[in-house]
Ligand binder design. Structure first.
Ligand SMILES: [Zn+2]
Length: 220
């Protein structure tokens, strides 16, 4: 077990697991002792743990292991600076196109497509779950307006996506909630990949059970 992991609390490990990307975690676990691996798998959801147990391991990934260890150190130190908060504070540059007391929008520094921009809450919140309903509504209203703007701009795009990642498994890499607006062009090369079993129609009983469970959570 790496020294940094032996002295790491479950709370820090949970933070680490919420932030790490799936393939970095796979490489990291491959690098850990059986005891450390069992401890980490015990903190994951049953579904994620099962995936990690059965996934194909790619041993030749030192960069991924190094990135995971750096993230673990950051989480342990609890002193990781938030780049978006630094941007909002004027300590890091960004090309803003909107800002009020609740939300701000600026161009993505690493655009996936031309015109790629981000909308963020002004108050730091790690994921959508932590953003207030009022600010969430403001984000979506601005997304609608900016979607119209990019569609009529001289970018010449053919459509646009809204994308928000919540958690490392979902692809989040900056842990200040942010909504991407991605102008899309035919043949731009960006897109989601479907799992190998897709499409496969689900059992109605299972869908009903899931809907009932989530409906109960909504009402609680
Ligand atoms: Zn922040």
């Amino acid at each position: 077990m790496p020294a940094t992991l032996e002295s790491t609390s479950d709370a820090t490990l949970r933070l680490f697991l919420s932030r790490i990307r799936t393939h970095d975690l796979m490489a990291f676990l491959h690098h850990c002792s059986p005891d450390a691996t069992a401890r980490i798998l015990g903190l994951l959801s049953p579904r994620s743990a099962e995936f990690m147990r059965t996934a194909h391991w790619d041993a030749d990934t030192p960069e991924r292991v190094a990135r995971a260890e750096a993230l673990l150190e950051k989480c342990a130190a609890e002193s990781h600076p938030c780049i978006f908060c630094a941007i909002l504070a004027g300590k890091s540059p960004a090309s803003f196109l909107y800002r009020d007391t609740n939300i701000a929008a600026f161009m993505d520094l690493y655009p996936v497509t031309p015109g790629h921009l981000l909308i963020i809450p002004v108050v730091h919140a790690e994921s959508l779950s932590d953003v207030s309903p009022t600010v969430t509504a403001a984000i979506m209203e601005l997304a609608q307006r900016l979607g119209r703007a990019v569609s009529t701009s001289d970018l010449g795009c053919d459509g646009f996506n809204l994308f928000m990642a919540n958690g490392g498994a979902a692809g989040q890499d900056v842990f200040h909630a942010h909504l991407h607006i991605l102008p899309r062009f035919h043949g731009d090369g960006f897109g989601f990949r479907f799992p190998g079993h897709y499409p496969q129609e689900a059992e109605r009983d299972l869908l009903d059970q899931q809907a009932e469970h989530l409906r109960a959570l909504l009402e609680s």
